[in-house]
Design a protein around this ligand. Structure first.
Ligand SMILES: [Mg+2]
Ligand SMILES: [Zn+2]
Length: 189
């Protein structure tokens, strides 16, 4: 069985910004995230990125720049002996009416289709994100979900508390991707 982990990008792997990550230079890994991906990879997991990139729709950066950011991530992982299995991204905007923009589960459905995961298998896959829309997409697709406090994570937790959002009650919360990975791999062995 293919073992996958699906990660949001901005705020989970790299620093996020409310002004969008628009260039290769602005793509800066969060502390410990590359090592965490390497640990997952070496434990036999295919690490897949699923990310909303409406900056494309907003013309803040080009598709070429997006690919350059992803190549940068791959080249940073290479010395650690790891790689991202695949990048799935939604280039659309909020009014485009697409089915891939999280909170919708389109990207996760596509991943499940591409990797031929059954519903049962998908239910064992973690979607790790810093925003509620990441969790929503995972829940809608029937995956497990985890929230990290990096990026918009603290803001997401505050929203859950302030608005008494009970649907996230059982979602585990981790300091960062490294913390998630530590717990995840320990529970597997
Ligand atoms: Mg994010
Ligand atoms: Zn889309």
């Amino acid at each position: 069985m293919t073992q996958l982990i699906i990660l949001d990008r901005d705020g989970v792997i790299n620093q996020d910004s409310d002004q969008f990550i628009k260039s290769e230079d602005e793509f800066i890994p969060l502390p410990g995230s590359l090592q965490a991906i390497a640990r997952l990879y070496k434990a036999g997991y295919k690490v897949i990125v699923a990310t909303n990139q409406s900056g494309i729709y907003r013309r803040l950066f080009s598709l070429d720049t997006l690919h350059a950011m992803h190549n940068k991530l791959q080249s940073l992982l290479e010395p650690l002996g790891a790689k991202i299995e695949a990048f799935y991204f939604c280039p659309h905007g909020p009014d485009d009416d697409c089915n891939c923009r999280k909170p919708l589960p389109g990207m996760i459905h596509k991943i499940a289709q591409d990797y031929q995961l059954s519903t049962d298998e998908l239910s064992e896959v973690y979607v790790v994100g810093d925003s509620l829309r990441d969790l929503d997409a995972g829940m809608a697709a029937g995956t497990k979900t985890a929230l990290v406090k990096t990026g918009k994570g603290i803001r997401s937790l505050k929203k859950i508390a302030d608005e008494h959002l009970t649907q996230y009650q059982s979602v585990p919360v981790y300091n960062d991707l490294a913390d998630f990975t530590e717990h995840f791999l320990n529970n597997k062995s």
